[in-house]
Design a protein around this ligand. Sequence first.
Ligand code: M6R
Length: 364
Amino acid sequence: DKGNHRHFMAKEIYEQPIVVAQTLRAYLQRLEDKVTLPIPDFDLSVIKRVTIVACGTSYYAGMVAKYWFEQFARVAVDIDVASEFRYRAPVMEDGGLMIVISQSGETADTLAALRHAKAEGQTIAAVVNVPTSTMAREADLLLPTHAGPEIGVASTKAFTCQLAVLAALAANLAKAKGRMTPEEEKAIVAHLAEVPAALNDALGRDEAIEAMAGAVAVARDVLYLGRGTDYPLALEGALKLKEISYIHAEGYAAGEMKHGPIALIDEHVPVIVIAPSGPLFEKTVSNMQEVQARGGKVVLISDAEGIAAAGEGCIATIEMPKAHPLIAPIVYAVPVQLLAYHVAVAKGTDVDQPRNLAKSVTVE
Ligand code: M6R
């Protein structure tokens, strides 16, 4: 049932404030200002190294988590797409935690990676949305997302729920490693608790995004740029756009542009820049200005402060609510999803069942 929506994808984008709140309820103890995991008996302090393996959108959630684990817990993280991980003789030392991330819990490559790592003596944590799935059963530690059934082939609400769980895991790892004071934990709980309302605010930009989607729908190629945790979001934006609108799109780390891709820039290639105000803002903006100096047409996704500072000269801006850097990647998922959605609708493609794709990839 699509409710009032034209597509399951739109319905699932709109469910995010509720399902992320539902997911966070399983990980935050608001009254005690604590962030916990539904695996009380497991001692995270023994974890020496983390390996993250997933595919597609779930992989990009893992990329965001790598920044969090390293920053908060100071634990080294190795991350790969499952199809590469399996065949590259990865080095996994004793005491390692392997995290698989999967909406379906059935993706063939991710499951094979799980089994491989298990045989190598890793502890397996599974961030999965289907609690009865094979990965959920075979993992040592189950960290469920509570997104509910996701029907649209393009993953949306599963992604933001995965990020919520991974943020909670990063905080717990930091605690276990003695790297988080109770005050810092309290602050993290407060920031995560703001996410559902911030997602709701972000959904308020829907009409504005729909209004500018036409400028992207005419393009043959689109670039997405971001830095830090916004880099995986750039990759996610590009994946969403290509899978449902069939427009060629690439995500790049903003600082990598001048090492080649800037040669592609002309007035026909829209460049979507994801840059919330914060410590990396100036750096991303200077990469954005390099694009503009070459005639590139920029769409800036930022908050009021960022748009006031750098919005001039952009063909469009998408103004987001102000979000703390920890939660920004969760909140900024919404505009990239909505942009892909409206571009696909403008192009008349089959949004929920894009060509050549299946919801669950159970073959290698
Ligand atoms: O079920 P999983 O999360 O393991 O699926 C992984 C990918 O197949 C999936 O995220 C795919 O990339 C989506 N169609 C992206 O929207």
